[in-house]
Design a protein around this ligand. Structure first.
Ligand code: COA
Length: 315
């Protein structure tokens, strides 16, 4: 995909920052930004095509498309139906799911319910964001963190009783809504000259407050999922947390006591891609041969809302 790689050196030319500051505070060295002509549905459709081909499915086999994003192509209609049209997935129902960085975990949780009831056989869950169109490139506290990307998964009923989703958990606390938000563009502050002049269409964040909640909620979720399955952290082969900040990942891993070689991190070259972060990790793990049938995988996420959640599964 021809998106642009924005290194920390390139960031130094945009805002007053340094490679040293960004690397030491976040672990991020580069992030990707969509180029002109690319937008959320084009990213998502590319990821979806890859997932379909790996699953040996045709677009018309899909029963449902869930697009987890906070970066829709446009306010109406949903990005999911635009993806449906680009794919030619005529039979599928399609909707967007807005849970910020937890979107993919929320989406997998919803999909696994439809599979459990037997209503649907083939569900496409996409996590996709083009946050570069929502970050304020005059705000160094946010613009260095976020990147663009997409990842997708096909959810089907497993024929092997030992494989699949073991436990899921999704939660939210709207009292934290003012900690990470975009004020403008909705019904409260519709687009106007004033809203644009006031930079109301960009992400606002209180990073310090989020940091603590992120660590606590991902740790709690992981413990709850493991307890529910009467498992310990030693039963896990791979821990894939949402990639928000390397220091958050390290803190959660340390509190859980998970050995470092089991913790997956790609934030150095992706930045925080919100709902796309976990599926991009899964794709890299599959590609590198680290995620193979039978692997016990723990995923945890955290994001604006605040929302958080986790999935314990055997791949
Ligand atoms: N470059 C250089 N300096 C920067 C900077 C940047 N890009 N961004 C902030 N600073 C400065 C601040 O202005 C502040 O300066 P001051 O002490 O003179 O006021 C100083 O660095 C420390 O800022 P602070 O916000 O306390 O840093 P931090 O250690 O908390 O790190 C975050 C900031 C954003 C990296 C960190 O809080 C974080 O990652 N939070 C979670 C954010 C997140 O994950 N959001 C998405 C949730 S899914």
């Amino acid at each position: 995909m021809p998106e642009r790689v924005i290194t920390n050196d390139a960031m130094e030319k945009i805002v007053e920052t340094s490679d040293e500051w960004i690397t030491s505070r976040t672990g991020i060295r580069a992030r990707h930004h969509a180029v002109e002509g690319e937008y959320t549905s084009t990213f998502a459709t590319a990821a979806a095509r890859l997932a379909l081909s790996r699953a040996n499915l045709k677009p018309e086999d899909l029963d449902l498309i869930i697009c987890a994003t906070v970066c829709p192509d446009q306010a109406l209609p949903s990005t999911a139906v635009l993806i449906q049209s680009q794919l030619g997935a005529k039979k599928a129902a399609a909707f967007d799911l807005v849970a910020a960085c937890s979107g993919f975990v929320y989406g997998l949780t919803v999909a696994s319910q439809f599979i459990s009831t037997g209503l649907y056989q083939n569900i496409l869950v996409i996590g996709v964001e083009v946050l570069s169109r929502y970050v304020d490139f005059t705000d160094r506290t946010t613009c260095v963190l976020f990147g663009d990307g997409a990842g997708a998964a096909i959810v089907q009923r497993s024929t092997d009783a030992n494989r699949g989703v073991l436990a899921t958990r999704i939660q939210s606390d709207g009292d934290f809504a003012p900690v990470l938000y975009i004020p403008g563009g909705g019904t409260k502050i519709p687009a106007s000259h004033d809203s644009v002049d006031g930079r109301q269409h960009f992400i606002k964040m209180k990073g310090n407050e989020l940091f603590k909640v992120a660590v606590r909620s991902m740790e709690d979720t992981a413990r709850q999922l493991l307890d529910e399955q009467k498992m310990t952290i030693n039963d896990i082969d791979l821990f894939v947390p949402h990639q928000a900040n390397q220091r958050i990942t390290d803190a959660v891993a340390e509190r859980l006591g998970v050995s470092l070689e089991k913790v997956y991190s790609n934030i150095a070259h992706t930045g925080n891609t919100s709902a796309a972060s976990i599926p991009i990790c899964l794709d890299e793990l599959v590609e590198s041969g680290r995620l193979t049938p039978g692997t016990t995988l723990l995923m945890t996420s955290f994001g604006a809302g605040v929302t958080w959640g986790g999935i314990l599964m055997r791949w």
